[in-house]
Design a protein around this ligand. Structure first.
Ligand code: KG4
Ligand code: ZN
Length: 336
């Protein structure tokens, strides 16, 4: 049995995992950098320094907890894009040094694809073709997989990502940072039909997304209301904004899946934790006979088990990286 030791350090979570080539997670340890909360966002320089502090301790703990050593590991996997470049470099340099000293192959992984592969951990029987809806703080993409390694991005955001829109509108409502989970919570006791915020790019053949108009509409709407009204209807406003973010995601995903005859949809990325998106995508897909796979909450957030999962097809195909490979911060779902 092959085992992969995987690292994730693309943003503000340092994570180390060991996963079997059958997708069994042996351990998945994450250190979340709460230090950024005081600044209202992630401070890149601080993130790199904290990764540097955490990664060795997490690796030692992962090996200790699992009772495994270098002889039990077949390959090292690490995310190299997209992300904060300084943060990515810490994980990559660490993985490279272990690959060199342990004489093991190195596998590099795209962070967004690893979010998609988080689904395989709990549902290893998922087989392509499938459609993935990747929704995170920086990305909103519809990706059509014809095999585990052949895929095409068929739709993406033209401006803000869905997660970014959750964060920015939550801030406008005074819900703090990160806004996504707070807006989700407030929306649970609100009325999504309280106010109709705009849905962009509604043409049936348009698979792209756009959220900058929604952000402006929320800003202008709130400027017209008095504070007491906003406070009284906070949950209704949160629910109405949330619905305007998730409607286009669900509509376009299911429309494309139906058009292409795809019976399987995978939801992925931090926004896959959103309770309304999970419920409504699942219910509306079920009406159409489409199966939806959604990772459990702890696998929606950044973690190294998903990096290991995305490395499994590469390990099987012998697709290894040279030790002079570099990290890069370009956005998008680049090749796996
Ligand atoms: O994938 P992720 O952990 O980091 C990136 O790779 O960007 O996604 C983080 C994003 C943030 O924008 C956060 O607000 C959003 O996911 N998010 C949520 C929820 N939980 C996290 N958005 C809506 N509802 C949630 N429950
Ligand atoms: Zn992520």
């Amino acid at each position: 049995m092959n085992r992969i030791l995987a690292f994730e350090s693309s943003c503000d979570d340092t994570s180390v995992a060991i996963i079997g080539s059958d997708y069994e997670v042996i351990c998945n340890l994450t250190s979340t950098q709460s230090e950024h909360a005081d600044f209202g966002g992630v401070l890149p320089e601080l993130a790199s320094r904290l990764h540097l502090q955490n990664i060795l301790h997490l690796t030692e703990a992962a090996l200790r907890q699992s009772g495994l050593g270098p002889d039990d590991i077949s390959a090292l996997a690490v995310s190299i894009n997209p992300g904060l470049i300084g943060s990515l470099i810490v994980g990559l340099a660490f993985a490279k040094s272990l690959a060199w000293s342990w004489r093991k192959p190195l596998i590099t992984v795209n962070h967004m694809l690893s979010h998609i592969f988080a689904n395989l951990i709990e549902h290893p029987s998922i087989r392509p073709p499938f459609l993935a809806l990747v929704v995170s703080g920086g990305h909103t993409e519809l990706v059509h997989f014809s095999s585990y390694t052949d895929f095409a991005v068929v739709g993406k955001t033209l401006d803000d990502a869905a997660g970014e829109t959750f964060d920015k509108t939550a801030k406008l409502l005074g819900l703090g940072y990160p806004g996504g989970p707070a807006l989700d919570k407030a929306a649970q006791s609100g009325d999504p039909a309280f106010h109709s915020f705009p849905r962009a790019l509604k043409r049936r053949d348009d698979l792209n997304f756009s959220y900058s108009g929604l952000k402006t509409a929320v800003l202008e709407y709130l400027a017209r209301q008095d504070q007491e009204f906003v406070a009284r209807h906070l949950n209704d406003l949160a629910a109405s904004i949330q619905q305007a973010i998730i409607d286009p995601l669900i509509d376009k995903t299911l429309r494309y899946a139906r058009l292409q005859g795809l019976g399987s949809v995978l939801l992925a990325g931090g926004v896959a934790a959103n309770s309304a998106l999970r419920q409504q995508l699942d219910a509306r897909a079920a009406d159409l006979g489409i199966r939806v796979s959604i990772p459990s909450l702890q696998l929606c957030v950044d973690n190294a088990a998903m990096v290991g999962a995305a490395a499994i097809p590469k390990l099987q195909a012998g697709q290894f990286a040279p030790l002079d490979v570099n990290a890069f911060s370009a956005k998008g779902t680049k090749s796996l």
